[in-house]
Design a protein around this ligand. Structure first.
Ligand code: ATP
Length: 370
C-alpha cells in the first residue's frame, strides 16, 4: 500500500438537487485521513448521493470536494484516487479470482502482477481460492474479492456503498469485523454507507447520522449513543426512553428537573436543550442503564439516583437479559432491560416497581424540536 494516504476528505458546501427536490442540503464534512467513517441513515436520506459525489459519479449542484490539498470536484471518477465497492459485487464471471483482482493492474498495462495480486488475496484471506470462479465462492468471499479488486489500485479512499446489504445476518456480522481488520491493515480512509446502525457502530471510528439530506449529528459511536442531540438520533441508534420534564434549577454542573411529582437530574454537559428555569426538556435514558427494584424494596435504592415509579406491563426473557415494559408514572411504556441471573421473582406483570438510574447515564434533548 502507498505510504501517502492522501490527507483528509473535505466536503465544503456540497449539495445536490434534482429539479425542485433537494437530496443533499449544503453539507460541510471532513473525513479524517485513515479513518473508518460511516454515513448512516434511513433509505432516501441522501447518503448514497453524498458518496457518489465523492466518487465523481454524481455532479454536485454546489460546493467542492477536496482530497488533501487537491480539489477533485471537476475530475471524472477514473481520475480521482478513490475506488468504490458496491453491494452488487460486479465480478467478471468468466475470470477466476486471481484475474478478477489483477484486472485493474492489467488494464493499466502492468505485466508482472503476481506478487501484488497474491498479497491482496492474502489480505482478504482468499489465498487458497485464487483459481476458483466467482460462482464457486460464498457471498462474503465474493465481496472480499470485490474489496481486493478495489484496493489493488491503491486508492487513497475506499468508498463502500452498502457492500454487505446482500449478505445474511451472520455473514454480515463476520464481514463487518473483516472489513474493519482490512481497513486497519491498509490504513487508508474507508467511507461506508449503511442504513444499519449496528453495522455503523461496529465498524466506524466516526459516524455521520443523516436525515432528509442533512447530517443530524457527527461523532464516535459511543458519543452518539450516549449523548444524542436530537430525538431522531436517540431513536435511530437503539431504544431510548424519553420523559418530558421541566427545568427547576441548576445545581453545580447538574440540571434538576421536575417530572410528574418527582425530581430528575442530568449533567449540564449532556443536555443539548436550552435550560432556562421553567423550560421543557426531554430527559433520556437507555433501557440497559436502568435498574428495576420492587416497590417494597425502594428503601434499598442508593441516594442520588434518578428514580420514577411504575407498574410492570409486560416482561420477556431473551436469554442474556429480561426485557420489561413498564407503565411509568411519567411516561407510559418505558422499556427496561435487566441483565442479571438472579432475577427477582416478584418482577412480574402488575408488580409496582421503582425504575432508577445514575444521572451520569442521562441525556437531555430539546422538547421543542420536531
Ligand atoms: P438508499 O439507502 O435507499 O439508497 P440513500 O440514503 O442512499 O437511500 P439517496 O440514494 O442518496 O438516498 O437518495 C436521496 C434522495 O434523492 C431520494 O429521495 C432519492 O429518491 C432521490 N434521488 C436520488 N437519485 C435521484 C435522481 N437521479 N433523480 C431524482 N431523485 C433522485
Amino acid at each position: 500500500m502507498t505510504k501517502d494516504h492522501g490527507g483528509d476528505v473535505r466536503l465544503s458546501g456540497i449539495s445536490k438537487t434534482y429539479g425542485s427536490f433537494t437530496a443533499v442540503h449544503p453539507l460541510d464534512l471532513t473525513v479524517p485521513e485513515g479513518s473508518f467513517f460511516a454515513l448512516l441513515g434511513a433509505s432516501g436520506c441522501g447518503k448514497t448521493t453524498t458518496l457518489r459525489m465523492i466518487a465523481g459519479l454524481e455532479e454536485p449542484t454546489s460546493g467542492t470536494v477536496h482530497l488533501g490539498d487537491q480539489d477533485v470536484t471537476a475530475l471524472p471518477p477514473y481520475k480521482r484516487p478513490v475506488n468504490t465497492v458496491f453491494q452488487s459485487y460486479a465480478l467478471f464471471p468468466h475470470l477466476d479470482i486471481f484475474e478478477n483482482v489483477a484486472f485493474g493492474l492489467r488494464r493499466r498495462g502492468i505485466r508482472s502482477v503476481k506478487k501484488q495480486v497474491e498479497e491482496m488475496l492474502e489480505l482478504v484471506q482468499l489465498g487458497e481460492q485464487a483459481r476458483k470462479k466467482p460462482h464457486q465462492l460464498s457471498g462474503g468471499q465474493q465481496q472480499r474479492v470485490a474489496v481486493a479488486r478495489a484496493l489493488i489500485n491503491q486508492p487513497r479512499v475506499l468508498l463502500l456503498d452498502e457492500p454487505l446489504g446482500a449478505l445474511d445476518l451472520k455473514l454480515r456480522r463476520q464481514m463487518q469485523l473483516e472489513l474493519k481488520r482490512i481497513q486497519t491493515e491498509v490504513g487508508i480512509t474507508f467511507i461506508h454507507v449503511t442504513h444499519d446502525q449496528e453495522e455503523a457502530m461496529t465498524m466506524a471510528d466516526t459516524v455521520a447520522v443523516m436525515s432528509a439530506g442533512r447530517v443530524e449529528q457527527l461523532g464516535s459511536p459511543t458519543d452518539l449513543y450516549e449523548n444524542p442531540h436530537t430525538t431522531f438520533v436517540a431513536n435511530f441508534l437503539g431504544t431510548s426512553n424519553l420523559i418530558e420534564a421541566e427545568v427547576d434549577s441548576t445545581s453545580g454542573d447538574d440540571i434538576v428537573l421536575t417530572a410528574g411529582d418527582g425530581k430528575l437530574s442530568l449533567p449540564g454537559a449532556r443536555c443539548s436543550a436550552p435550560t432556562a428555569t421553567g423550560g421543557r426538556v426531554l430527559v433520556g435514558v437507555r433501557p440497559e442503564k436502568i435498574s428495576l427494584t420492587h416497590a417494597d424494596d425502594a428503601g434499598d435504592i442508593p441516594v442520588g439516583r434518578n428514580r420514577i415509579t411504575g407498574r410492570i406491563a409486560a416482561s420477556s426473557f431473551i436469554g442474556v437479559s429480561t426485557q420489561y415494559v413498564v407503565d411509568a408514572s411519567v411516561c407510559p411504556e418505558f422499556e427496561v432491560y435487566v441483565q442479571n441471573i438472579d432475577r427477582d421473582p416478584r418482577l412480574v406483570p402488575g408488580a409496582e416497581v421503582v425504575l432508577h438510574w445514575s444521572p451520569a447515564h442521562t441525556f437531555g434533548l430539546d422538547a421543542a424540536q420536531d
